[in-house]
Every structure is written in structure tokens, then in C-alpha cells.
Design a protein around this ligand. Structure first.
Ligand code: AMP
Ligand code: MG
Length: 405
């Protein structure tokens, strides 16, 4: 049986980005940038005022103070969006507003707060200024040709703002993978309906679709397949034609109704691995058809979620173009023993909390792979090697259950 690390390596080597496409900025949030972005212009584009005030020649205000008011004639007004079409003459000033271009001849701006209105058409200045004061210089933020966004970054609001400031209307991003989720099992019923004897509600498609969305991918609901070759064949075939990745849940174990593996072979998928030394989640299939990936997850809800987080999520993030593909984790002190008497590493659900500046973690009391309430009340996983007890007081790595924490 493969270890989790071996399985992950096989999976990641098959997970690749799709060719990038140009997206308008309004659709590029959470996309991953495929190319460096260089600015076609200087930012600011020209010298401009950092304040509302008066554009001046600093030399005209030498020695200005409360007891030495210097009077300047106001010759023009320069609001943002316009520029002065005359030169500033000595002993004069121009009214100027934040962001407006500095008129020719001016070398500083006096803040409005350091002036008083004087008689008609004049101001009195009560503070001197240094040359350059309150001027934002052209190219001070970004110079033309400079790389402002690096390939591989995740585009968040500030990065979109940066691109827009340079005048770019679209960015080359990797397409978000389309991920089909198919649950399988004759007993599975959509929530909201009534149950007949032997039936249970489908929890996996909701949890997994939400995880897929959280991983920044698009979910395609493929529905619920019966445990028959025909139904599985039809639904997986459809998924492979529509999606970059297909995730099936259930039917990958060794029972007579566990037909997913056979159907994948029928559909021309190459099986890359089956069975991983881990708990929960030993039965797990991974295959490829061309550049499409297929994951067959075990049906028990906890197994499905844990295998998704440890083995599928990193592949989806890699396909999005990201390099940081691991779930966040913290070092935490164990407050109750973690006991694994089994022969496979156990990813135990755990409760992690911060106590002052320390993190503390304890196992959830029930670890059965059907105990969905214990993953719903947990917020982390702790890997406990086979036949091992991690005692109180030890420091362990607690893996968060969500990439958003
Ligand atoms: P399987 O892997 O198909 O043998 O399923 C293992 C266990 O998980 C069985 O008890 C199933 O009833 C349960 N199960 C499978 N699929 C789902 C699902 N979508 N929602 C809830 N439980 C499921
Ligand atoms: Mg089943």
C-alpha cells in the first residue's frame, strides 16, 4: 500500500494548469496570474499635489511664520482633472487640489491649513516650505516597464487595483478547473425528501462541493448514481466530457457493489493508484484520462472529507496555478493523549484552540469514519503514526480543516 506522501506525489505529478486566458479585471478576483505584469506607464504619471493648498515657489516663502506673514497673489486654480496652462510667476501662487498636476514654475505646495485668506485675490502664508514639499513625483510609485505583479500570485482586491491603476483592463490568468462531483449508492437520497427503509441522506455532495468551491474551483453537480455499471458509466462519462476533474464518492471498496474502479477502466481511464495506508480513507482511487483527473473517494463522510483535503485539494490548487497548496497548520501542545493502536497512520479529528499565545489541541472523542458530527465539531487534523501514542505535553502539527482560517 502507498503512503500518503507517495500517493500525493503521484497525484501532483498529473495535476497541471490549463493554458491561461485573458480575463477582464471584474472577473479576475481569486484567479492566479499566469504572466508577470509590467506597467506601461509611470505612476504617478506626472508630478502632482499631495494636499489641497497652493502651488508656490519655495524660495518665495523663506522665513514665513506667524510673525512674518508672506502675501502671495493667487493667479489661477488647478482642480484635479485639469492642468494649469500658464507658468507660475515669482511672488504668486495657484490654488491647487489633491491629485492636480503641479504647474510649471512651482516647486512646492503649501497646505491650505498653513494659509489664511487675505484681501481680494491674495493669501497670507504662515509657514515656509522646502522645495518638493507636498509634491508626489512622477514615477515615485511605479516606473514605466517595472514589474508590478508577479506570475503565480493570487489576485486579490489590491492586485486588481494595481493592474487597473496602470491602465490594464484584463489579465492573463489560469482558468479555474471545473470539478464534477458524483455521489454513488442506491441508498443515497437528496436532503429534503422522505426516506424509505434503508435509505440515508446524501451528505457527501454538499460537503465536497463546498470544499471544491473553497478551493477556488467551479463545481459541476453530477448527481447521484445508482450502484449499477450502466448508471455509473453514463454519469462518469458525462463528467469526463464536461469537467477537468471528476470526483466520485463511494463504491471504491471491495464489495460487489463497488463498481467505480471497473467503470473507470471501461471508460479508458488509467488507474494510477488504489488504496493508501491511511485512516480514515484506505480505499481511494486515482486515475487519469488524457489531462483529466478522476478521484474515487470512499463513501464514509469523514473518509471522503479527509481524503479530499489531503489528496484532492492540493491537486486542485496546483491546477489553479498556485504554489502554496498545503492546508494551513500550526504547532500546538497536546492536552489529551492521541492514541492510534492501528497499523496505518491515523489522521485524527481534533479540536484546536488558542490559549494566550499558545495553541492547544485535543482529539475528538469519537473517531469512526461514519461519525460526521465529530468532523463537524472539529477544526483540525493531527497525523498520528501507526501504533503510536502522542502524549499530553507534546508539540504536534495541527492541520486546519479549511484553507480560509
Ligand atoms: P461505500 O464507500 O459506497 O461502500 O460507502 C461507505 C459508507 O458511506 C456507507 O455506509 C454509505 O452508505 C456511506 N455513504 C456513501 N455515500 C454517501 C453519501 N453521499 N452521503 C452519506 N453517506 C454516504
Ligand atoms: Mg456505496
Amino acid at each position: 500500500m502507498l503512503t500518503v506522501a507517495e500517493a500525493k506525489e503521484i497525484i501532483l505529478s498529473a495535476a497541471r494548469t490549463r493554458p491561461p486566458c485573458d480575463k477582464p479585471l471584474s472577473e479576475a478576483l481569486h484567479g492566479v496570474l499566469a504572466q508577470d505584469v509590467t506597467s506601461p506607464i509611470d505612476l504617478p504619471l506626472w508630478d502632482n499635489s499631495a494636499v489641497d493648498g497652493y502651488a508656490v515657489r519655495a524660495a518665495d516663502l523663506t522665513g514665513a511664520g506667524e510673525n512674518n506673514l508672506i502675501h502671495l497673489r493667487v493667479t489661477a486654480e488647478v482642480p484635479a482633472g485639469r492642468s494649469a496652462n500658464v507658468k507660475l510667476e515669482p511672488q504668486t501662487c495657484m490654488r491647487i487640489f489633491t491629485g492636480a498636476p503641479i504647474p510649471e514654475g512651482a516647486d512646492a505646495v503649501v497646505m491650505q491649513e498653513d494659509t489664511r485668506p487675505h484681501h481680494e485675490g491674495y493669501i497670507a502664508v504662515i509657514e515656509s516650505v522646502d522645495p518638493g514639499e507636498n509634491i508626489r513625483r512622477a514615477g515615485d510609485d511605479v516606473t514605466k516597464g517595472e514589474v508590478v505583479l508577479r506570475a503565480g500570485i493570487l489576485l486579490g482586491p489590491p492586485q486588481l487595483g494595481m493592474a487597473a491603476a496602470t491602465g490594464l483592463a484584463q489579465l492573463a490568468v489560469y482558468p479555474r478547473p471545473r470539478v464534477g462531483v458524483l455521489v454513488t449508492g442506491a441508498e443515497i437520497v437528496e436532503p429534503g425528501r422522505s426516506l424509505h427503509p434503508g435509505q440515508i441522506y446524501d451528505s457527501n455532495s454538499f460537503a465536497l462541493s463546498a470544499f471544491v468551491n473553497e478551493a477556488g474551483c467551479e463545481t459541476v453537480e453530477l448527481g447521484i448514481a445508482d450502484d449499477t455499471r450502466e448508471d455509473l458509466h453514463e454519469k462518469i462519462d458525462y463528467g469526463l466530457s464536461e469537467c477537468d476533474v471528476v470526483i466520485t464518492v463511494g463504491g471504491v471498496s471491495v464489495g460487489e457493489y463497488d463498481l467505480v474502479k471497473d467503470v473507470l477502466t471501461e471508460l479508458g481511464c488509467e488507474q494510477k493508484l488504489w488504496k493508501i495506508a491511511m485512516r480514515p480513507g484506505k480505499p481511494f482511487v486515482f486515475g487519469t484520462r488524457g489531462d483529466k483527473l478522476v478521484f474515487g473517494l470512499p463513501g464514509n463522510p469523514v473518509s471522503a472529507m479527509v481524503t479530499f483535503l489531503l489528496l484532492v485539494r492540493p491537486a486542485l490548487l496546483k491546477m489553479r496555478g498556485l504554489t502554496g497548496i498545503e492546508l494551513p497548520s500550526v504547532s500546538a501542545e497536546v492536552t489529551e493523549d492521541f492514541v492510534n493502536s492501528g497499523d496505518r497512520p491515523h489522521y485524527m479529528r481534533a479540536s484546536l484552540h488558542q490559549d494566550g499565545d499558545r495553541w492547544r489541541v485535543r482529539p475528538m472523542p469519537r473517531q469512526g469514519s461514519h461519525v460526521i458530527s465529530s468532523i463537524a465539531n472539529a477544526n483540525s487534523l493531527v497525523e498520528v503514526p501507526e501504533a503510536t501514542t502522542i502524549p499530553r505535553g507534546q508539540i504536534v502539527k495541527a492541520i486546519r480543516l479549511s484553507g480560509n482560517e
